[in-house]
Design a protein around this ligand. Structure first.
Ligand SMILES: Nc1ncnc2c1ncn2[C@@H]1O[C@H](COP(=O)(O)OP(=O)(O)OP(=O)(O)O)[C@@H](O)[C@H]1O
Ligand SMILES: [Mg+2]
Length: 318
């Protein structure tokens, strides 16, 4: 690890455009990158954790390396390696494996027989590890040395290979993890907590930027629809709340409904028709309510009440 900060300073000088709002989270991520500290972005589903981590790929500078033969400085493409956390991910995927053909050719303990895994491919760049807490404890353990020493030792091999990367992970603490992250593992990270969009304006901007556009959606009706989802997000009746994906889903499906009805603009019926399909599995009622009604009934009922209160009419306006 050098101390000139050139690479890190260049990364943090760029703007993260894919993620709307979340200024504090962006600042924290940059602050960690500047010091080459490993981080895990923590938060509920669908709030842009993956989008944020992935956006770093686009702001990485090319790396300058000296070609050992010609001694000339060459520019290399930025290194950004993505690993999807899952219970099936093996230590071999991360560390590497012995190639039997090469082992026969070069000898089983030769460095040439070894096919490096993702940790070594990330050397000199970023290792983006999505949904870390879906991995087994065995896998977490296989990462420990690389995270601390920026090197990894391979089984019976007598070599340390460079695995110098900045680790950016994501995790959703509500996910029933296969194994909770161990203390030794967590001690190697800084955690960055991310929350749903702070304001309705931010959420409207996300929907406008990321959602597909097929028909018109009256501004007032859209604002009320998103407000409805945000109300559910803070509702005490629920133990699982709808994410930004739900807002995007309603935005898109309401337009489809208008189109299928041969209209150029969304009306309140289009929104209502999309509600059950988009929302009911994305929420979970608290046990006290679960036995009284289903999630679909709850969504339909809440939306009717909301539409009534807000005096949403067919045209979309009050
Ligand atoms: N602040 C935001 N800026 C831009 N897009 C956002 C934002 N929040 C959510 N989104 C959009 O919401 C969708 C879900 O985002 P993403 O996949 O990054 O969420 P996540 O937090 O990784 O969710 P999960 O925990 O379920 O993996 C994407 O389409 C993303 O573009
Ligand atoms: Mg994600």
């Amino acid at each position: 690890m050098n101390n000139d900060f050139a690479y890190e300073k260049e990364v943090v000088s760029k703007k993260i455009e894919e993620v709307i709002g979340q200024e504090d989270v962006k600042k924290q991520l940059k602050s960690a990158i500047l010091m080459r500290r490993h981080v895990i972005i923590v938060g509920p589903p669908g709030i842009g954790k993956t989008t944020l981590a992935r956006s770093i790929a686009r702001i990485l500078p090319k790396r300058k390396k000296v070609n050992e033969e010609t001694k000339e400085e060459v520019e290399k493409e930025p290194v950004f390696v993505r690993v999807q956390g899952s219970p099936d991910l093996t230590a071999e995927d991360l560390i590497g494996d012995i190639d039997p053909v090469k082992a026969l050719k070069y000898g089983p303990l030769s460095k040439e027989a070894f096919t490096p895994g993702k940790l070594f491919k990330a050397d000199g760049g970023i290792l983006f590890f999505d949904e870390v807490n879906r991995c087994s404890e065995k896998l977490q353990n296989s990462l420990l040395q690389a995270l601390e020493e920026r090197k990894a030792t391979i089984g019976s091999y007598d070599v340390d290979l460079d695995a110098d990367f900045i680790f950016i992970g994501t995790m959703n603490p509500e996910e029933a993890a296969t194994e909770p992250l161990s203390d030794v593992f967590l001690d190697r990270f800084d955690l960055i907590y991310m929350k749903p969009p702070a304001s309705i304006d931010e959420e409207l901007e996300i929907v406008d930027l990321k959602g597909r556009k097929l028909t018109g959606f009256p501004e007032d009706l859209l604002a009320k629809t998103i407000a409805f989802i945000r109300n559910l997000r803070s509702s005490k009746d629920l133990e699982k709340h709808p994410s930004v994906r739900a807002s995007l889903g309603i935005y898109e499906r309401a337009q489809s409904n208008a189109y299928l009805d041969k209209r150029k603009e969304v009306n309140v019926n289009d929104v209502q028709e999309a509600m059950v399909s988009v929302l009911s599995h994305r929420i979970r009622l608290k046990p006290s309510l679960k036995y009284l009604k289903s999630a679909s009934e709850y969504v339909a009922e809440q939306f009717s009440e909301f539409a009534e209160d807000e005096k949403i009419t067919k045209g979309g306006g009050p």
